[in-house]
Design a protein around this ligand. Structure first.
Ligand SMILES: [Ca+2]
Ligand SMILES: [Ca+2]
Length: 193
């Protein structure tokens, strides 16, 4: 009986941990920023308030911060992210022209150690990477010129927002839920007996 109670408590704890991380969060603070270069006109480099770094962590979808070629930005979230997460960066390019290609490397940061997660672009469906471990911050590094040498971009990746959301329940999570259902069934039977 004691063993059963311990097992049940363990399963409930695991289930509530899954629940606690099931929310979606947006980056809400700038930790560090190194602005890259802009090869456009003075107007082009400043239009749309694109040099305002707070545009990357505000709650508006239509504001953005242009990283500049080779620029980077590190952002934080409302809570530390402890479980596997999908990281999506939203790039905003108004009236995007063919050839206006931009890319950024994505890193997770934990206790000052950076882990490369993948490279995202401003092509539809290429804006997400997965972090399989815990992290405090996410860092984006513009690599538009090395990935797209012929791009018409003049100031690199335009960052509108960064969202983290839980990876869909892995097989272990499904098994866990099945196990909880099984235990509930056992309990019901015992009560009935
Ligand atoms: Ca924004
Ligand atoms: Ca840009």
């Amino acid at each position: 009986m004691n063993a059963f109670k311990t097992l049940l408590a363990g399963l409930v704890l695991a289930a509530s941990t899954v629940g606690a991380n099931a929310a979606t969060y947006y980056a809400d603070k700038v930790i560090n920023v190194n602005r890259g270069s802009c090869t456009g006109s003075d107007y082009g480099c400043s239009v749309n308030d694109r040099q305002n770094v707070n545009n990357a962590v505000d709650d508006s979808d239509s504001t953005f911060y242009a990283l500049g070629f080779g620029g980077d930005i590190t952002v934080g979230f409302p809570i530390p992210l402890l479980s596997q997460q999908t990281i999506s960066a939203f790039e905003i390019t108004f009236n995007r022209q063919v050839g206006h290609d931009e890319a950024a490397k994505v890193f997770s940061v934990l206790n000052g150690v950076e882990s490369y997660l993948g490279t995202i672009t401003n092509f539809e469906g290429e804006n997400s990477v997965v972090a399989s471990g815990p992290f405090q911050y996410i860092k984006l590094l513009d690599v538009s010129l090395s990935v797209f040498p012929n791009t018409t971009s003049y100031d690199g990746f335009d960052l509108g927002a960064i969202k983290v959301s839980p990876v869909p329940l892995p097989a272990a999570g499904v098994l866990l839920l099945a196990g909880l259902g099984g235990l509930a069934a056992v309990r019901r039977r015992k009560t009935a007996a």
